[in-house]
Design a protein around this ligand. Structure first.
Ligand code: ADP
Ligand code: AMP
Length: 216
């Protein structure tokens, strides 16, 4: 299965991805997670990306495209992919059309999560993540079986540097200007499934499951 999951910051892409992986044996490729790992490890790519990420801006297309192309050549992508947070610009979408052609893995479904700003603000400011494995938590929801520590790997949870109201506004502007056109681009190809993601996660997942069940 070859899936893209799209939506503004905080719409639940990572949360739904964790659940989609229970259905399909495919790798979850989150460009945000990959970049954060590079920042943590102080790689050349991470050093380049950090200032954009901290400000809530998009990292330049060439950096992202090269990173995704390399990742898709890894053996676990033989089975397909769940791409989270990519493509985010029309340039990325056009480059991805070439990449997916080359690896002969055409997109089968684009899941577009839709949530209003007020709800996004609550989700973003309360989000906590595991800095090691990327697992997602929320201060008003589950915060780990041992409060504040990751259930998967035991690491202390942290707040992302860009999870502030100010950065959310910048990210929303980037989304409207650069990423909405990508959804229109895929709509034109008949690939987009819009999902009301403002409801509780289990209800969002029920919708996602129904859509994917019809595609597979
Ligand atoms: P994204 O990957 O799109 O930025 P996340 O999956 O990280 O979004 O979700 C953002 C925050 O909102 C997390 O703290 C998560 O626990 C919470 N969350 C995700 N989906 C829902 C939902 N349907 N209802 C309430 N909170 C949610
Ligand atoms: P995310 O984890 O998806 O919220 O992404 C966090 C940050 O990483 C974004 O605000 C961008 O700075 C950067 N980023 C992630 N994916 C992309 C992408 N496809 N294109 C450009 N920047 C990205």
């Amino acid at each position: 299965m070859n899936i893209l999951i799209m939506g503004p910051a905080g719409s639940g892409k990572g949360t739904m991805s964790e659940k989609i992986l229970e259905l399909y044996d495919i790798p979850h490729i989150s460009t945000g997670d990959m970049l954060r790992e590079n920042v943590r490890n102080n790689t050349e790519l991470g050093i380049k990306a950090k200032e954009y990420m901290d400000a809530g801006h998009l990292v330049p297309d060439d950096v992202i495209n090269a990173m995704v192309e390399k990742r898709l050549q890894e053996p676990d992508c033989e089975k397909g992919y769940l791409l989270d947070g990519y493509p985010r610009t029309l340039v990325q979408a056009e480059t991805f059309a070439e990449i997916s052609d080359r690896v002969q893995k055409p997109i089968e479904a684009v899941i577009a999560l839709e949530v209003g700003f007020e709800e996004l603000e609550k989700r973003i400011t309360g989000r906590r993540i595991c800095p090691k494995c990327g697992a997602i938590y929320h201060v008003n929801g589950h915060m780990g079986n041992k409060y504040g520590y990751c259930d998967v790997c035991g690491t202390e949870l942290v707040q992302r540097r860009d999870d502030t109201v100010e950065q959310l506004k910048v990210r929303m502007d980037e989304y409207e200007a650069s990423t909405k056109p990508v959804i229109d681009y895929y709509s034109g190809k008949g690939l987009v499934h819009k999902i009301d993601a403002s409801v509780p996660a289990d209800e969002v997942f029920a919708q996602v499951k129904e859509v994917l069940g019809k595609v597979a």
